[in-house]
Design a protein around this ligand. Structure first.
Ligand code: CA
Length: 224
């Protein structure tokens, strides 16, 4: 999952970036509204965290512009505490959720996970589960049917498997997978993705991820 963080408070942005990287997200940051709007349009983010008080262009205007251009990316806005009118304006402009500042980082993290599940039709689930495969997002471990023994995942394996599990049954090209699990500084020409897919297949079963020649990979929700 790849996040865009639009926040001009450098200290806050840095601490959020660290925390979300630790939780297995790829994170890009924009420190003003103009860059934020541009990046939100150019890149295919899974979710955007948008501060409303931004230099160069207010967050509310950035959000309204995205929605006007039919950019439906899930957005959580960060509002001033007690500013209820900001939250109303935010929802009217197309926000999916909000959090008042100051907030606890863990609450933002939970809201991000919940919003990602809602946007992938998994609302209300306590953990990410596909058929017999359960992913513990907190500990970045994998559980298979009939076993209470967790299987360890590396950071990249976790990011890749989570993206597959949130998008079952869809053809996911190598480019799309790379875009959603690495930030913009990553070398996009890498063929490493095949190596990681092989490793995930070793853990969840080879037949779970089907290769479509010249198109990409499909994570099967159920096995025949
Ligand atoms: Ca601000």
């Amino acid at each position: 999952m790849r996040l865009l963080l639009v926040e001009d408070d450098i200290k806050l942005a840095d601490s959020l970036e660290k925390e979300f990287i630790r939780k297995g997200f790829a994170v890009d940051i924009a420190y003003n509204g103009v860059d934020g709007e541009f990046m939100g349009d150019e890149e295919d983010y899974d979710l955007i965290i948008l501060d409303l008080g931004l230099p160069q262009r207010p967050g509310l205007e950035v959000l309204a512009n995205w929605r006007h251009k039919d950019n439906k990316v899930p957005v959580i806005i960060l509002t001033a505490r007690d500013a209820w009118h900001e939250r109303i304006d935010g929802f009217k402009a197309g926000a999916d959720d909000y959090l008042g500042k100051p907030f606890h980082i863990e609450e933002l993290s939970m809201r991000v996970q919940a919003l990602l599940r809602r946007t992938h039709d998994m609302a209300g689930q306590l953990s990410l589960q596909c058929d017999t495969i359960k992913l513990d997002e907190e500990n970045q471990q994998l559980y298979l049917e009939d076993s209470s023994t967790p299987i360890e995942l590396t950071g990249t394996e976790f990011r890749l498997l989570r993206y597959f599990m949130l998008n079952p049954g869809k053809i996911l090209s190598k480019t799309r997978l790379i875009e959603h699990i690495y930030d913009q500084d990553f070398d996009r020409d890498s063929n490493l993705i095949e190596v990681y897919i092989r490793r995930i297949r070793d853990k969840v079963g080879k037949e779970r991820i089907v290769t479509r020649r010249r198109q990409g990979y499909v994570f099967l929700e159920t096995l025949e």
